[in-house]
Design a protein around this ligand. Structure first.
Ligand code: ADP
Ligand code: MG
Length: 296
């Protein structure tokens, strides 16, 4: 395995939905992702942006095997998803995780939030209850939650805290790719910044890759290495973050930039740009602790 092999390779991906009801004469095929190609390197954040309905979530769902690939291919670490069969293998469900917009929706309101993490560990074969508890406490610490939060119920936590739980659940399995679908979109601006920073720090310490999906370009600016712009199912632009922000080639990207009210505050942009310019910065150059500043 060479280092420059992509972790994820999406090639000419097409996704169709059958719509229009139960009878054959009413049904029609709606193609919502139309020949989309991109790659994600180990430790890289690739963002997909575009307005609502442009096919971002569907693309992410195809990668997660939650939407059927109608044409083209999705290859993860050399494994074509088409060859996996109906049941997604356990290793793939561990290596490829997701964080969605609404963490409360994926947490059981009657369970203490720590259980989301320990259950994930149990599903993936961690037999010892003590070890599950220990690892859950460590995961909480990594995402900036205290051990005392493990026994809280979802209703007792803020949106930002719940999203930290969702991130802990995703990262505790040491995945190689996390699909973050509008993971910060429901949060207020300053919480968005905190969560984006957390994701960047976790990437620096673990080398995880992100497929980061957002309708707002401002949100992705500080976390993306590269950005793809989707419009009506077609990837109309792709480039490094700097290129997309400073030299958008497609008129549509310009209108998205104009529509983005503010970029998420961060202050680390210069260091990140510097790192990228030096050819580093794809994750592994950072510190080993998720809470130390990313090494410049
Ligand atoms: P985005 O995430 O960019 O907002 P989506 O991928 O969710 O876009 O949706 C792309 C298009 O596919 C939209 O027109 C949406 O209405 C349609 N769509 C999404 N999911 C389904 C589905 N399960 N069945 C039929 N159409 C769908
Ligand atoms: Mg979406």
């Amino acid at each position: 395995m060479t280092d420059d092999r992509p972790l994820l390779e999406v090639r000419d991906l097409t996704v169709d939905y059958e719509v229009g009801g139960a009878t054959a004469w009413r049904r029609r095929t709606l193609t919502v992702v139309k020949g989309v190609s991109f790659t994600i390197a180990p430790g890289e954040t690739y963002s997909l942006v575009g307005e609502s309905g442009s096919g971002k979530s569907t693309t992410g769902r195809a990668v997660l095997r939650l939407a059927e690939v109608s044409g083209g291919s999705v290859v993860f670490d050399g494994h074509d998803l088409a060859g996996m069969g109906a049941e997604t293998p356990l290793w793939y469900r561990r290596d490829v995780q997701a964080v969605f917009q609404d963490p409360a929706a994926s947490l059981n309101p009657r369970h203490q939030v720590g259980r989301a993490v320990t259950d994930a560990l149990r599903r993936h074969g961690v037999r010892s209850r003590a070890e599950r508890r220990q690892r859950a406490a460590e995961a909480f610490e990594q995402v900036g939650l205290a051990a005392a939060h493990l026994t809280r119920f979802p209703a007792e936590m803020s949106g930002g805290q719940l999203q930290r739980v969702a991130i802990a659940r995703a990262l505790v399995l040491r995945p190689r790719l996390v699909v973050c679908d509008e993971a910060v979109s429901a949060l207020d601006l300053s919480t968005q910044g905190q969560i984006v920073n957390l994701l960047a720090d976790l990437q620096a310490s673990t080398g995880v890759s992100y497929l980061f999906i957002a309708h707002d370009l401002g949100v992705v600016r500080h976390i993306s290495h590269r950005i793809g712009v989707l419009r009506q199912g077609v990837l109309v632009e792709e480039g490094t973050t700097q290129d997309v922000f400073t030299r958008p080639r497609h008129e549509y990207t310009g209108s998205l930039l104009a529509a983005s009210p503010a970029s998420v505050p961060d202050g680390r942009e210069e260091r990140r740009a510097l790192r990228l310019a030096r050819g580093g910065g794809l994750g592994r150059s950072g510190s080993s602790s998720p809470f130390l500043p990313v090494a410049g």
